[in-house]
Design a binder for this molecule. Structure first.
Ligand SMILES: Nc1nc2c(ncn2[C@@H]2O[C@H](COP(=O)(O)OP(=O)(O)OP(=O)(O)O)[C@@H](O)[C@H]2O)c(=O)[nH]1
Ligand SMILES: [Mg+2]
Length: 278
């Protein structure tokens, strides 16, 4: 399954991001802490190549902490500034602000040397859709300034937000690349609701989720769905979950669409516990 998802508004968004990058000092690129490598958008990183970059592993509350540390260490080793954050409660925000100050220092010094007043750092927040950019900003500002939502494609136009005296942020719409050709990466991005729901099959994504849980979190799979063993094909496990949840159609057949939708929602809401995918 390869995924093609590049809705019309992204063409415009890409152009705007490309224009606005010239106005900012720093690009904060949000990645999902559960799959930071799968949601790196090379296209965005190319746009930001001449700007100081900071990676924020967001939604760290949904990932295994040890894996998040490992992913962060690996990105640091590649020379990036990296922090992890939970934008729903602000854990990790201090470290992010520190990195922003660190990244801005050189420019601020240069302004001082020239006898100029140091203006607020301008930061663009970027990333794929639904990664939490607007939530991240609202969290730093301490009030709801940017619109958020559980579906990709919430932010459309550009939005400047002053967080404190010394930092100004620009929220941007989530940007994907046109075609995801690596199948597993597509399944991860679908599961994390980064690509639109029309671009994938919930059945395929559910089977992938079952495979993941079997491998990484078998006890959760057993406990949540009251399964005593997992020695069956993923398809059969899905059938058993449907039966267990009483998802039946009128004639008595299993309503697998309903089961798949609820299983994926459970994952997205964090009801299946922490998990790391990369
Ligand atoms: N658990 C958890 N959920 C988060 C976190 N950050 C954001 N979310 C949720 O992720 C979803 C998407 O958040 P948004 O802030 O709208 O994402 P966005 O990147 O601005 O999305 P677009 O504007 O569509 O590109 C919302 O349901 C948020 O509540 C986090 O750190 N932890
Ligand atoms: Mg947004």
């Amino acid at each position: 399954m390869s995924i093609n998802w590049y809705p019309g508004h992204m063409v415009k968004a890409r152009r705007e991001i490309e224009e606005n990058i010239k106005l900012v000092d720093i690009a904060v690129i949000l990645l999902d802490a559960r799959a930071p490598f799968s949601c790196r958008n090379q296209d965005l990183e190319k746009i930001a190549r001449n700007t100081k970059m900071i990676f924020v592993l967001n939604k760290r509350d949904l990932a295994y902490p040890a894996m998040t540390r490992r992913y962060a260490a690996s990105l640091k080793k590649q020379g990036y500034l990296v922090a992890a954050m939970d934008s729903t409660n602000g854990k990790g925000a201090g470290e992010v602000l520190e990195l922003i100050n660190q990244a801005y220092q050189e420019r601020a010094e240069a302004m001082k040397v020239k006898g100029r007043r140091v203006r607020a750092a301008r930061v663009m927040v970027m990333g794929v859709p639904n990664i939490g950019k607007s939530t991240f900003l609202n969290c730093l500002v301490g009030k709801k300034m940017a619109r958020t939502g559980a579906k990709p494609g919430i932010t459309r136009g550009k939005q400047w937000i002053r967080v404190r005296e010394d930092i100004e942020f620009l929220d941007t719409p989530g940007l994907m690349w046109p075609k995801i050709s690596v199948e597993e990466q597509g399944l991860k991005l679908a599961l994390l609701s980064i690509v639109g729901e029309k671009s994938y099959s919930e059945y395929d994504v559910s089977l992938y989720l079952i495979r993941l849980l079997k491998e990484k979190s078998p006890q959760t799979l057993k406990d949540k769905f009251k399964l005593d063993d997992l020695d069956q094909a993923d398809e059969e496990i899905l059938n058993r979950i449907a039966r267990g949840r009483g998802h039946l159609l009128k004639g008595g057949n299993l309503d697998l669409d309903k089961t798949c939708t609820s299983l994926i929602q459970d994952f997205r809401k964090g009801n299946l516990g922490r998990i790391s995918l990369d």
